[in-house]
Design a protein around this ligand. Structure first.
Ligand SMILES: Cc1ncc(C[n+]2csc(CCOP(=O)(O)OP(=O)(O)O)c2C)c(N)n1
Length: 286
C-alpha cells in the first residue's frame, strides 16, 4: 500500500539512496579490507527512511538540544550507519576512506565523541536500549517533545540487559521511545533459531506491555507508513517495530547467511557484488 504522503518520486528517491549507499559500502569494503556488510544491508532501508524523512536532526548542528535522538544499538553496523550520516552531510564521505584504519576516528564501532551525528557509543551488544531508556527519561523529565529511536539487532534479544530495558521502558511509560528490531533472523554464527530461539518474539514483547507493530523492513512504503503513524511522545506506551529484514539484502549470495556478517571483497568479488546489486535494483550496472 502506498502511503498517502509518499509520491512515486519520493519512493524512487529513497530507493535510489538505499541503492547508492549499498553500492558505496561494497566499494568501501574493497578499499578498507573488510566490513560488516550483512547487518548493514539488512538495516539500510530503515536508516535511509528514518534519516531522510523522520528524524529531526541538523547536520550543521549535530548536538542541537532540540534534536531527536537515534541510538544504533547494533554498533557493528557502524559502516552502514556512517555512510548514511555522511550522505546526510554530517561529515565528508571522503573521511570514510579511513574507516577502521589505525588512528582513524571511525572505529569498527561508532564513538559519539568522535563522529558528528552519533548519539551513543555502542558495539558491545545489549546496551543501546538501556541508553535509550535513559535518554527518553531525561527528555520526559525536561518536558521536551523529542523522540528517541533505538535500532537493535535480533541477536540483542539474547541479551538479558535488553529485556531489563524493555521492562524499564514500560514501567516508566516511555511513549517517547521507539525501538526498531532489525529482525533478520541471523546472527554472527548462524540462524537466531539455532543460536537462541527467541520465538514468539511478538508475544514476549506484548507481555512486557509494549505496543508491537510489524513491517517488511525493506518495503519503503511500509517503513514510511509505520513511522508516520507512530504514537505521540506524550503517550504512555513505548512502541517496538519488528522489521522483518534479510541479512545481506541486495546481493543474493550474501543474503540470509552469516558468512557475510563480516567480510572482505577482492576485485573479482567486488565486481560481482556490484553487478548483482545493480541487477537487484534493475540498474543494469549503473
Ligand atoms: C556483548 C557482545 N558479545 C559479542 C559481540 C560480538 N558480535 C558482534 S556482532 C554479533 C552478532 C550478530 O548478530 P546480530 O546481533 O543479530 O546482528 P545483525 O545480524 O543484525 O548484524 C556478535 C555476537 C559483541 N559485539 N558484543
Amino acid at each position: 500500500m502506498q502511503s498517502p504522503s509518499l509520491s512515486h518520486k519520493d519512493v524512487s528517491f529513497l530507493e535510489g539512496r538505499a541503492y547508492d549507499l549499498r553500492r558505496k559500502l561494497l566499494l568501501l569494503t574493497g578499499k578498507i579490507g573488510g566490513a560488516h556488510i550483512g547487518g548493514s544491508f539488512s538495516m539500510m532501508d530503515i536508516l535511509v527512511v528514518l534519516y531522510h524523512r523522520f528524524l529531526r536532526v541538523d547536520p550543521q548542528n549535530p548536538r542541537d538540544p532540540e534534536r531527536d535522538i537515534f541510538v544504533l544499538s547494533k554498533g557493528h553496523g557502524a559502516v552502514g550507519y556512517c555512510l548514511v550520516l555522511a550522505d546526510m552531510g554530517f561529515f565528508p564521505e571522503k573521511d570514510l576512506d579511513q574507516f577502521n584504519q589505525t588512528g582513524s576516528r571511525f572505529g569498527v564501532h561508532p564513538d559519539r565523541h568522535k563522529i558528528p551525528g552519533v548519539d551513543a557509543s555502542t558495539g558491545s551488544l545489549g546496551h543501546g536500549l538501556s541508553l535509550s531508556v535513559g535518554y527518553a527519561l531525561a527528555k520526559r523529565h525536561l518536558k521536551r517533545q523529542q523522540r528517541v529511536f533505538c535500532l537493535i539487532s535480533d541477536g540483542e534479544l539474547c541479551e538479558g540487559s535488553t529485556w531489563e530495558a524493555f521492562l524499564a521502558g514500560a514501567h516508566f511509560k516511555l511513549g517517547n521511545l521507539y525501538v526498531i528490531v532489525d529482525f533478520n533472523k541471523m546472527t554472527q554464527d548462524g540462524s537466531l533459531a539455532e543460536t537462541m530461539n527467541m520465538e514468539p518474539v511478538r508475544k514476549k514483547l506484548e507481555s512486557f506491555n509494549w505496543s508491537v507493530r510489524e513491517i517488511d523492513g525493506h518495503n519503503i512504503n511500509q517503513i514510511v507508513e509505520i513511522l508516520e503513524n507512530l504514537p505521540e511522545p506524550k503517550e504512555n506506551t513505548p512502541t517496538v517495530i519488528l522489521a522483518h529484514t534479510v541479512k545481506g539484502k541486495g546481493v543474493p549470495w550474501m543474503e540470509n547467511t552469516s558468512v557475510w556478517h563480516y567480510g572482505g571483497l577482492d576485485e573479482e568479488k567486488e565486481k560481482q557484488a556490484l553487478a548483482d546489486l545493480a541487477h537487484y535494483y534493475g540498474r543494469n550496472g549503473k
